[in-house]
Design a protein around this ligand. Structure first.
Ligand code: AMP
Length: 114
């Protein structure tokens, strides 16, 4: 847990969010500035800075987050049409919030990679 981290504060309920999924390891909530009809953030409760910070100990957690994303995608009705999972790392990766998360993007045709 990090005192000032935005996502830690959302997870603690100190900041508002549209929470769509919660379990013991992960949460999923709507992105505040969506770039697609479905834009949901898949976030571990554990504060890890990015996917680059993970270790072998986090391997099961990472797998779990991917499965949560697939579950939320099914709930959102985009499993058949397809979707994109993105995790940004560092400045050139476009990372703004330094708490590991996946963007679940769908509901429109994705093009290009950045
Ligand atoms: P990234 O650039 O990969 O670090 O993505 C951070 C994402 O968090 C951006 O898409 C923001 O729109 C989103 N975001 C920032 N603050 C909030 C918030 N309070 N609630 C929901 N999403 C947020």
């Amino acid at each position: 847990m990090s005192e000032s981290c935005i996502f830690c504060r959302i997870i603690r309920g100190e900041l508002p969010s549209t929470m769509l999924y919660q379990d013991q390891q992960a949460v999923a909530f709507k992105d505040i500035a969506p770039i697609a009809p479905v834009h949901i953030l898949i976030v571990p409760r554990q504060h890890l800075e990015s996917a680059a910070e993970t270790t072998a100990e986090n391997a099961l957690l990472i797998g779990h987050l991917i499965r949560v994303a697939a579950h939320v995608a099914r709930e959102q009705g985009i499993a058949e049409s397809g979707y994109r999972l993105v995790t940004n790392i560092g400045k050139d990766g476009g990372q703004e919030v330094f708490h590991l998360h996946w963007h679940l993007l769908g509901g429109r045709q994705m093009r290009g990679l950045g």
